[in-house]
Design a protein around this ligand. Sequence first.
Ligand code: GMT
Length: 380
Amino acid sequence: MNVGIVCYPTYGGSGVLATELGIALSKKGHKVHFISSSLPARLNTYYANIHFHEVRNLQYPLFEYTPYETALASKIVDVMTYEKLDVLHVHYAVPHASAAFMTKQILKTKGIHIPVITTLHGTDITLVGNDPSYAPVVEFSINMSDGVTAVSNSLKTDTLYRFNINKEIEVIYNFIDKTKFKREYNPELKKLFGEEDDIFLVHVSNFRPVKRIMDVIKTWEILNHENPKIKLLMIGDGPERQKAEDYCRDGKCGSIHFLGRRDGIGKLLSICDVFLMPSAKESFGLAALEAMACGVPVVSSDIGGIPEVNIQGKTGYVCGLGDVESMAKGVNAIIKDKATWEEFSQNCIAFADTFDINEVVPLYEQYYQRVINQSVKDLD
Ligand code: GMT
């Protein structure tokens, strides 16, 4: 197949998932065209069958805001016309689904038909997409897509609750590439941040307000107060990082390491003992799944799709939003002895296996084929 993928290039679950999907499809012999405003973060090496088309956003003094959606639709029209895509798969509804709809209309006038699949990732439905400034366009463009997928059952339910949707939504879970995320414990790496017998908590995100990184720090504070051997690695960057660092600057957070944005974090995760995800919104929690694949149990909030990934009492604990006391208790219950931690860690690896890339990518291929076949039938 010749597949077009539209995604955000930034560090965020939807862009990561879209990029990993494109890479996996290319390895299976499909031709993949990424269309994005810059090179997606995880597309940092060369692959056969992968092409990258940059959306150039023309600046003009008249524009207070540059019309990205227009530039994107124009770029898709160009790629579609010359590369003859079989299907266009857009990740994150805002504004990719509406840009795709516009593209379809333009191409129709040229006698070209392209089926569009929209994958809903989370905040495009639960936070940004249902804001009145976007909602009517989001609802319309989801309904106009030829296929719609959501990354968890929770997100499907949320979408049907918040919007008037007349399309069947297929749930295809996010996936994990075990060659990139596996347990590779390295004591030398651990020594860079502490001592061999320290216990490391870890958080990975883009530090946006929904990630509630102050809950991460408060959970660590409770635990570190009881046991100073408990340390914390904060991986990522974003708008809330400054607030968290300022909170720590009077010296009370001596054993927190802010590592910033990092690539290839499987090795870092592998020196850690518990992953913290106290998010206020999370349709799936790809970062938690990546930690689990590295054998790291998760203590999280019970929001959105997280309980479909983090299984209470097996791979970790799910707690009420903002309940840092329960989160600290959850961590203690996991790290109380080596055997308990080992059991949770093994459960994590086994459960992460059920989201294996080799199982999930064929679901997308089958779905593409179904949507293509149906759209050809609809044309007749
Ligand atoms: O939440 C983020 O950090 C980024 C966001 C995105 O759209 O890029 O992630 C969403 O998509 C991920 C991949 O499907 C999911 O794992 C995240 O749970 C989801 N985030 C939210 O719902 C807040």
